[in-house]
Design a protein around this ligand. Structure first.
Ligand code: UD1
Ligand code: CA
Length: 565
């Protein structure tokens, strides 16, 4: 396996450390994910569409977890099973809450709060530690359930990160607010809820949905991002009194603002100067726009952390990828999933790696790979295809037009040209000749090829698995290896060559080939030698079987040795 970077260079750039600094833990984060997302025009629920290698739900839950909340609740309804399964895969401790048939963001949060309160009660009943979660007596007996800050966010705001949430939570606590709303100003605020502020104080009086807004209110450019911090008790009381007397006939979460103010709480907004950070995705155009922006931000983080990105415009790096200092990404590189690249490695150009570990100082050129491990100083490509289970040792080589799968290729071993190596184990410092194939499939089962260390296999070999080639063994070019080759032995299997002298001049008279042959052989020669030359060659060959030409690459990878086959 790839060694870990010495000074913890990895994990450095893109949000993986908790964003909170001694703030009170929020009691819960509620992620709203029950909606269909009609404008995506998709069989896939909106929150499961992905950018930066993560679903939007994944982005929301990742940001949520950075606050270290006591609970994470995810509200589901549309495509319930798929969204719930995705939520639990991201965080198995998440509380999946079903929204009932009553529509609206207010109803969604109400369902979540009921479930969270029930969970808090259960925790108290079980005598679990519920510090900062529930009231334990006094004015707020157990009947109230959850206590503290409740963060609510829509599941379709992919660029929102833990830092932004932490800032919002900070402001909420610092100002002692009942409700704190994350807002931004947009050139075109069509479709969004508008923030109506009080003259003088700047406190938020109301959020008016686009559909319900007056012409004058529609001039307001400050919008609700659907990211909030509520005091749990304020939220509980507010949700209890919500109706659905509005243009959409839905229970609006935004109506909690009026009740919070009515009971004397302060409602304030934190205005972000970064619209894209808080922008929601409603259609696939926004998905692409925010996907490109997310990528730009991820690359910027890595460049600040010491990664060279030659062409950010053609380089795509998923949010969960880890890169060490002094990695170089050449144009056309895409790194996906849990890919990790160690210091000094160069990837690209035109390389796509998914869940691949690349060791220090390795080079990976024009390669497509997944679930593979590339050792320190190893070299891959150009034009290599690394399928799952490929493990290339230190300073090993998987060269040009080579496909590998379930293949361990030991330290210093090389498969330089035009080969398929599947279900194979190759020891150290061995060389596999050009155009070789592990014949691993009998039509029903897969079988393994084992090649030892310091072996030299000839070009154009078929290893008909299961088969083994021992340490230090050689095989002849063009061999079909069906039986094990013992350590140190030479395995050869091929038909012998026959030369039919004069054949071209006799059978293809008048051709350029025949004329060239006549010139080369000299006048009168070759025409009456039929069979004699062949006989001679055969005899020579038999005498020389101890010196069958074996033509693997040498360690320097000199091309002529392979070509001489
Ligand atoms: C909402 C806000 C609006 C804000 C906008 C930002 C309300 C009433 N309006 O409007 O002020 O500017 O987001 O994008 O809150 N959801 C549920 N259950 C539901 C309805 C929605 O879980 O019954 C979820 C959706 O899955 C989504 C989020 O809530 O993740 C927002 O829903 P959406 O329908 O997009 O709300 P908007 O009309 O955009
Ligand atoms: Ca929306």
């Amino acid at each position: 396996m790839v060694p870990t970077a010495p000074q913890g260079d990895l994990h450095a750039a893109h949000g993986s450390t908790p964003a909170t600094h001694g703030m009170p833990r929020p009691a819960a984060v509620v992620v709203l994910a029950a909606g269909q997302g009609t404008r995506m025009r998709s069989a896939t629920p909106k929150v499961l569409h992905a950018l930066g290698g993560r679903s939007m739900l994944g982005h929301a839950m990742t940001a949520a977890r950075e606050l270290d909340p006591v609970h994470v609740a995810v509200v589901v309804r549309h495509e319930r099973e798929r969204v719930a399964a995705a939520a639990l895969e991201i965080d198995e401790a998440a509380l999946v809450v079903d929204q009932d048939e009553i529509p609206g963001t207010g109803r969604a949060v109400q369902c979540a709060l009921d479930a969270l309160d029930a969970r808090a009660h259960a925790a108290v009943a079980a005598g679990l530690d519920t510090t900062a979660v529930v009231h334990d007596g006094g004015e707020h007996p157990l009947g109230d359930g959850l206590d503290g800050a409740v963060v609510v966010l829509a599941g379709d705001i992919p660029l929102l990160d833990g830092a932004a949430l932490a800032e919002l939570l900070d402001a909420h606590h610092a100002d002692g607010n009942a409700v704190t709303i994350l807002t931004t100003e947009l050139e075109d605020a069509t479709g969004y809820g508008r923030i109506v502020r009080e003259q003088g104080t700047g406190d938020v009086v109301a959020i008016v949905e686009h559909a319900d807004a007056t012409a004058e209110q529609r001039e307001i450019r400050e919008i609700n991002s659907s990211v909030y911090v509520f005091d749990a008790a304020v939220l509980r009381r507010g949700l209890g009194g919500l109706g659905s007397d509005n243009a959409q006939g839905e229970v609006y979460l935004t109506d909690v603002i009026a009740s919070a103010r009515a009971e004397g709480g302060s409602v304030r907004a934190l205005l972000s100067d970064d619209p894209m950070l808080v922008e929601g995705v409603n259609d696939r155009l926004a998905l692409a726009t925010l996907g490109a922006e997310l990528n730009r931000r991820i690359l910027a983080d890595w460049m600040r952390a010491g990664v060279t990105v030659v062409d950010p415009g053609t380089t795509w790096v998923d949010a969960d990828v880890e890169l060490a200092q002094d990695v170089t990404l050449l144009p056309g590189t895409q790194l996906h999933g849990a890919t990790r690249v160690e210091s000094g490695a160069t990837i690209g150009p035109d390389t796509t790696l998914t869940d691949v570990e690349v060791g220090p100082d390795a080079t990976v050129v024009r390669t497509h790979g997944s679930l593979a491990v590339i050792g320190e100083g190893a070299s891959v490509g150009p034009f290599a295809y690394l399928r799952p289970g490929t493990v290339l040792g230190a300073r090993g080589k998987i060269g040009t037009f080579v496909e590998t799968k379930n293949a361990e290729i030991g330290a210093g071993s090389k498969v330089p040209h035009l080969s398929y190596i599947g279900d194979a184990t190759i020891g150290e410092q061995s060389n596999v000749g050009a155009a070789s194939v592990t014949v691993n499939y009998d039509g029903v089962h897969k079988h393994r090829t084992v090649i030892g260390s310091h072996a030299r296999t000839g070009a154009d070999n078929m290893f008909v698995a299961p088969v083994a080639v021992g340490d230090g063994a050689y095989t002849g070019a063009g061999s079909i290896i069906t039986r094990d080759v013992p350590a140190g032995a030479l395995g050869v299997s091929r038909s012998q060559q026959t030369n039919v002298d004069g054949w071209v001049e006799r059978r293809r008279p008048g051709t350029a080939a025949a004329e060239a042959a006549a010139r080369a052989n000299g006048a009168g020669e070759g025409s009456d030698a039929l069979g004699a030359q062949a006989q001679r060659e055969l005899a020579e060959h038999n005498a020389l079987t101890g010196a069958v030409p074996v033509v693997p690459d040498d360690d320097a990878g000199s091309p002529e040795s392979s070509e001489s086959a």
